[in-house]
Design a binder for this molecule. Structure first.
Ligand code: ZN
Length: 466
């Protein structure tokens, strides 16, 4: 058995593993590299012959776990892509959206180069096209949680709830080689316990090898008033001034979580009556998947459906798809809540809403997610007095606010709780999907608290599993 680490090593994007075991070649996740210093890897030929791959397994639909699948299909992958049902639905949305962005980026670059009379070292083509993404979608095969599927005579796979986003899974591979059985557990991204809508991460008891994420391996999520109460405060405060609450949000999970929390506030009369817009076609599509596949939501959310108070549908909430409807939001009189993507304000409709609100002292720009360095979201959060949006200069007069506690990832204590649940310590634990500091700090904690040795692998490192 041989395991090779092909992404998300000492950083958090481009998750990808190659496992040669039980006579099969299996790829686990195939994500887009999104950090500037590793972007070039997206363009390199795949580090294995796609033709030789028997299966591709996906832990969940996030772009950093699925975003290179169409590229791999373009390079010749023709294998079943196995994942849970919600992941299949969400991965379709994510891959098609990404293809569109890749094509638009290429077109924009071509235009710019033509204008500047520049000629790059290679022709400008999209990383992949809608056609590649559609082919990838046609290879998706959905399985239920907890259902053991035979991939071959010597390998079986089971997907368990990971509590990260809808459909997210921990993948357990059971391999028999030379009469010996081994369990290899890929954590995927692990969520927090007791989050709304999504079930808790599954605690497992047996593993020989564990590959675990470490995104927040060096932190604990901040305690404080619960996010719902903080949200109520911001909304009521802003509405009293007559302004709007503008919330940049990620289309998957965060948007639905916000809708859920605001819905609870509406039902409990904890906020004033006001229109609530989700203005992002992608987030609207994802919300529809949540509604369609409510059987995958956690018990509390399913109960709300049964009680006739569906958590993602309530008075005042409007899901906005068309450009005209989106523009019409700016003509709404009186306070309203506007949730829109992208989550870091780097593109999309959120920029229009920022233009309309950022110079209004009565409005609030509310951040509920991570803002990477250099993004417009980060500049706003850092308190820049003046900003450029769509080529125009704006003075920041709106209230800038932030609510912590919305993370889809478990923190250090959650990760240790999950890893500490195995009855017998695994033979080896590998920590991936974390910045160098987060992964190595967690490695020390695992050693001191659980007495397990860990490896923080490097990109392309491969290990023999015995
Ligand atoms: Zn994720």
């Amino acid at each position: 058995m041989r395991l090779q680490f092909l992404g998300a090593n000492r950083q958090v994007t481009g998750s990808r593993y190659l496992l040669d075991a039980g006579g099969l070649r299996i790829v686990i996740d195939c994500g887009l590299f999104q950090e500037r210093r590793v972007l070039e890897r997206n363009w390199e030929p795949p580090p294995f012959d796609p033709d030789t791959i028997d299966y591709l397994l996906l832990t969940h639909a996030h772009l950093d776990h699925t975003g290179l699948v169409p590229r791999l299909v373009h390079s010749g992958l023709n294998a079943s892509i196995i994942c849970t049902e919600p992941t299949a639905r969400l991965a379709e949305i994510v891959m098609l959206d990404s293809a569109k962005i890749q094509q638009e980026d290429a077109k924009y670059k071509q235009k710019r180069h033509r204008k500047e009379g520049r000629r790059g070292p290679r022709p400008i083509v999209p990383l992949y096209t809608t056609e590649d993404a559609q082919k990838a979608v046609s290879l998706l095969k959905a399985v239920g949680y907890g259902k053991r599927i035979e991939l071959g005579d010597h390998v079986a796979a089971t997907f368990y709830e990971a509590g990260h986003i809808l459909g997210s899974a921990i993948v357990v591979l059971e391999v028999s080689e030379n009469g010996e059985a081994r369990r290899i557990v890929f954590s995927g991204d692990l969520g927090q316990w007791d989050k709304p809508l999504i079930g808790d991460p599954t605690l497992l008891e047996q593993a020989d090898y564990v590959i675990m994420e470490s995104t927040y391996g060096d932190r604990t999520h901040r305690d404080g008033p619960d996010p719902q109460t903080q949200l109520a405060d911001v909304i009521n405060r802003t509405a009293k001034r007559g302004g709007n609450v503008v919330i940049p949000t990620f289309a998957i999970e965060r948007a639905q979580e916000l809708i859920y929390h605001i819905g609870r506030l509406v039902h409990k009369d904890r906020i004033v009556d006001l229109p609530i817009f989700l203005d992002s076609p992608m987030a609207v599509d994802v919300t529809q998947v949540f509604r369609d596949l409510r059987g995958y939501l956690d018990e509390q959310a399913r109960q709300l459906f049964e009680q006739g108070t569906p958590p993602l549908r309530y008075p005042g909430l409007k899901l906005v798809r068309s450009v005209d409807e989106s523009k019409a939001i700016n003509t709404v009189r009186g306070p309203c809540i506007i949730m829109s993507a992208s989550g870091m304000c780097t593109a999309g409709r959120i920029k229009h809403h920022l233009r309309a609100n950022i110079s209004r002292p009565d409005s609030t720009i509310l951040f509920v997610g991570y803002q990477a360095g250099g993004t417009l979201g980060r500049l706003i959060l850092d308190g820049r007095p003046e900003l450029r949006i769509h080529g125009r200069q704006y003075t920041v007069r709106a209230d800038i606010d932030q609510i912590h506690g919305f993370s889809a990832h478990g923190d250090r204590d959650d990760l240790l709780r999950w890893l500490g649940h195995f009855k017998k310590p695994p033979r080896q634990v590998f920590l991936t999907h974390g910045e160098e500091d987060a992964a190595t700090t967690l490695a020390k904690a695992v050693k001191s608290e659980l007495e397990i040795d860990t490896i923080v692998p490097h990109y392309k490192q491969s290990v023999d599993l015995e």
